[in-house]
Design a protein around this ligand. Structure first.
Ligand code: UD1
Ligand code: UDP
Length: 353
């Protein structure tokens, strides 16, 4: 079987690593990198660290408004798909690269495989929600990470070829955790002591693109005494600069460049708490049993909310501080599969071919 995999953004490289490894044992995979993320520490580092094969095509689309970015991807991808004539086209998650890949393939009658299907925030102001809904509705095979995701699809009348196989990000964590422990020196480099710092990540457009929301979040951070480490996403860096805000004024804050996956796993697993608006980081906090505070009004990963393992704090200063101060001792359940999602995906596609 010949599969085109479309990747473009940081979390997609991480999700693709375990799946590509299994897929390539018996099948031909052609990787197309849209170029949505392009800084070396947002892209190349993941290919190198996770041994993801070099992309066969690089579209170099780069940043831009949604229409321009997605449109350019559509044009360039179509040519490749027409030329390569794959049996399937595989996309991950909910980015503009996901939507572009799914639309191109569906219109050319190439069956779309969507990994991380069925997630919903029920907030259509998020570009990701539009991308997910559109992608799910044109996909032929829908691989869901949770029962909730299966249920969400059922509510939209999507029931054919829907499989809950667990979360490929859990596969990635299990595979890389020990490697990270052995190789990463990020704690030493930044003078961080285990379980004595909070890890911060913020990049959602709904937060970064509103100066008032960003100011609230930063005010909350400045009132947290614990040491905080914050690998700054380029979107957030650019937005803060455009607002003229200097976060270095926040006490006990270590602002660092985006880190590779092995360093990130180390930062996640050794944090006292995690404050984030990232989808992937909410899950990784849960996998590694680190209390999480989500700086958003809702989450797609509702399983993590049980027993306050993850607290939805929104973006008010008081609610963020209250959530950070709350003592929690959740039991953490096995709700994200058994770490064999990638094997199951490949096996299911093989039986359908
Ligand atoms: C994208 C996804 C989001 C995902 C996130 C993962 C969409 C609509 N959004 O958001 O769902 O959670 O990736 O990180 O697809 N930039 C750089 N260098 C880079 C990449 C981006 O400087 O390598 C800057 C540019 O100023 C760019 C901005 O970041 O305009 C936003 O990048 P973009 O890919 O459009 O969206 P993300 O916020 O990264
Ligand atoms: N991540 C990373 N380095 C960083 C920040 C995040 O490797 O500096 C990893 C993180 O561990 C997770 C993924 O990137 O696996 C999440 O990506 P992101 O937060 O950019 O996107 P989202 O999951 O919200 O779509």
């Amino acid at each position: 079987m010949k599969i085109i995999t479309v990747l473009g953004a940081r979390p997609q490289f991480i999700k693709a690593a375990p799946v590509s490894r299994v897929l390539r044992e018996k099948h031909t995979e052609i990787i197309v990198h849209t170029g949505q993320h392009y800084d070396p520490n947002m892209s190349d580092i993941f290919f190198e660290e996770l041994n993801i094969p070099k992309p066969d095509y690089h579209l170099a689309v780069g940043s831009g408004n949604h229409g321009k970015q997605t449109g350019e991807m559509l044009q360039k991808l179509e040519e490749i798909v027409l030329d390569e004539k794959p049996d399937y086209l595989l996309v991950y998650g909910d980015t503009n690269s996901t939507l572009a890949g799914a639309l191109v393939a569906a219109k050319l009658h190439i069956p779309v495989i969507h990994i991380e299907a069925g997630l919903r925030s029920f907030n259509k102001k998020m570009p990701e929600e539009i991308n997910r809904i559109m992608t799910d509705h044109v996909s032929e095979y829908l691989f869901c990470p949770t029962d909730t995701a299966v249920e969400n699809l059922k509510n939209e009348n999507i029931t054919r070829n829907v499989f809950n196989i667990g979360d490929v990000m859990y596969d990635a964590v299990l595979y890389n955790r020990a490697i990270a422990e052995e190789k990463s020196t990020i704690l030493e480099e930044n003078g961080l002591s285990k379980k004595e710092y909070h890890l911060i990540t913020i990049h959602r457009a709904e937060n970064t693109d509103d100066v008032q929301i960003m100011q609230n979040i930063l005010e909350a951070f400045s009132k947290i005494d614990t040491v905080k480490v914050w690998p700054l996403h380029p979107r957030t860096k650019n937005k803060l600069a455009s607002y003229g805000i200097d976060v270095n004024a926040i006490p006990n804050l270590k602002l660092i460049e985006p880190v590779g996956y092995l360093d990130m796993l180390t930062l996640v697993s050794n944090a006292k708490k995690i404050i984030t608006d990232s989808g992937g980081v909410q899950k990784e906090a849960y996998f590694m049993k680190v209390p999480c505070i989500t700086v958003r009004e809702q989450t797609e990963w509702v399983e993590t909310l049980e027993e306050d393992a993850n607290i939805i704090a929104g973006t008010s200063v008081e609610k963020i501080l209250e959530a950070v101060q709350k003592n929690v001792s959740p039991s953490y359940k096995d709700v994200f599969g058994d770490g064999m999602a990638s094997e199951k995906i490949v096996e299911i596609i093989e039986t359908q071919s």
